[in-house]
Ligand binder design. Structure first.
Ligand SMILES: NC(=O)c1ccc[n+]([C@@H]2O[C@H](COP(=O)([O-])OP(=O)(O)OC[C@H]3O[C@@H](n4cnc5c(N)ncnc54)[C@H](O)[C@@H]3O)[C@@H](O)[C@H]2O)c1
Length: 369
């Protein structure tokens, strides 16, 4: 039996995870779910949003399922620490970024599929997949509130004002190759026609240059899949103009974060964006939305992103039929339109939406238009 670290987090995390769990049970997926502590409450009371015991849990399970957490900028986070932790030099670290780095979950896989008749679709027929590099780039966490003196020993650094804040962007050939390879392998396995590598190599010549060169090298190994490249700014316009021109998109960490939100909005927004953070041996599945504190505890938000993340988890675990059943049930409920949460223009609760999906699991899929 699969062992799954179950990390609901805070805000709306617990309610969307409960909805996904109902659907996993209805799909007949048998697993041992082991609760893990994560989120704001643990930052405040323990000074660590991803406690050590949760890291140990991740290391002893097959994969993890994560809801959502609240996080706040540095100074606000420090102010909210319990009194006994104040003034100890603790600084908030994003638990999701930490999980990605600790477990080397280098692929962030974010599908964006327009379910037929979703009233929130920007356009019907959109079916994109974004591969975001998840461990390098602007997210390595090396930042300086002021440029250190040692910087000025390097030529060219004199252009950086002494009071400038600095974030380091680090991109390696091997990190680039493995994310591009993951995108091509996905394209082959899922019958996708094209991979587009997104960069800004005309300006970020060193870092994006490495990424682009690696992408070209890997693309040459997959002659059966079309390959093209696009500047990140240009593709934002083209995705709105002609989303059908794209299929699988692969890019660096920050560009992928931004582009995948854009793609999620094309197919319904927060209620439909979900991801797998995938490494060679472990993976963490999640809806991409946050903890939406203003809706927490109201049984009101859309659980579909979380339910789709559960489907992706099943696929990763090799339970392809059950995964396909969940996706087909989501497609059916969206197309029927009888049960809709507020974001879709309805008044159904989170639980009602989950029950509607459960009721349609195992029924034949709707013909996709
Ligand atoms: N992976 C994560 O856990 C994650 C991701 C993003 C933000 N956050 C954190 O979440 C907190 C709130 O951030 P935010 O308000 O910028 O983003 P958010 O995604 O939590 O919510 C923004 C808005 O999107 C809508 N929304 C979100 N999820 C929805 C759902 N399932 N159904 C319907 N509508 C939904 C709501 O209108 C909500 O107010 C912050 O502390 C932020 O740091 C966490």
């Amino acid at each position: 039996m699969h062992r799954i670290a179950w990390l609901p987090g805070d805000g709306i995390g617990p309610e969307v995870c409960a909805a996904a769990r109902t659907v996993l049970d209805a799909a007949g997926f048998a697993a041992e779910y082991i609760h893990g502590d994560i989120g704001w409450e643990f930052w405040r009371s323990e000074g660590e949003a991803l406690p050590r015991r949760t890291v140990d849990l991740l290391r002893s399970t097959d994969c993890a399922f994560f809801g959502a957490i609240t996080s706040k900028p540095g100074k606000d986070a420090e102010r909210e620490l319990a009194p006994h932790l104040q003034g100890k030099g603790l600084s908030y670290r994003s638990p999701i970024v930490r999980m990605r780095q600790l477990l080397d979950l280098y692929t962030c896989l974010r599908p964006a599929r327009a379910f037929p008749a979703n009233p929130l679709n920007y356009r019907e027929g959109i079916d994109l997949v974004v591969f975001r590099e998840n461990t390098e780039g602007m997210y390595i966490g090396v930042e300086f509130p002021r440029a250190p003196d040692s910087f000025y020993q390097e030529p060219g650094m004199a252009r950086i004002p002494r009071h400038a804040a600095i974030s380091i962007r680090s991109i390696t050939p091997e990190g680039s190759r493995r994310i591009v390879r993951a995108a091509f392998e996905y394209a082959v396995r899922h019958g996708r026609r094209k991979v587009t590598a997104v960069h800004k190599a005309n300006v970020l010549r060193a870092t994006c240059g490495v990424f682009l060169e690696a992408a070209q090298e890997i693309a040459a190994q997959y002659p059966g899949i079309q390959f093209d490249t696009a500047n990140v700014d240009a593709i934002c316009m083209w995705l709105l103009k002609n989303p059908g021109n794209y299929d699988v998109i692969v890019t660096t960490n920050l560009f992928g974060d931004i582009l995948s939100d854009l793609c999620a909005q094309l197919v319904g927004g927060m209620g439909f964006g979900y991801s797998g953070n995938i490494g060679d041996r472990y993976a963490v599945f999640e809806p991409t939305h946050g903890s939406a504190p203003k809706y927490a505890g109201q049984n009101k938000v859309n659980p579909l992103a979380t339910i789709l993340a559960a489907g992706m988890m099943l696929e990763w675990l090799g339970e392809r039929e059950k995964a396909a059943e969940i996706e087909a049930a989501v497609a059916r409920v969206v197309a029927e339109g009888a049960v809709r949460t507020y974001d879709l223009g309805g008044s159904a609760t989170t639980e009602e939406m989950a029950r509607a999906i459960c009721a349609r699991i195992g029924r034949p899929a709707l013909a996709v238009r």
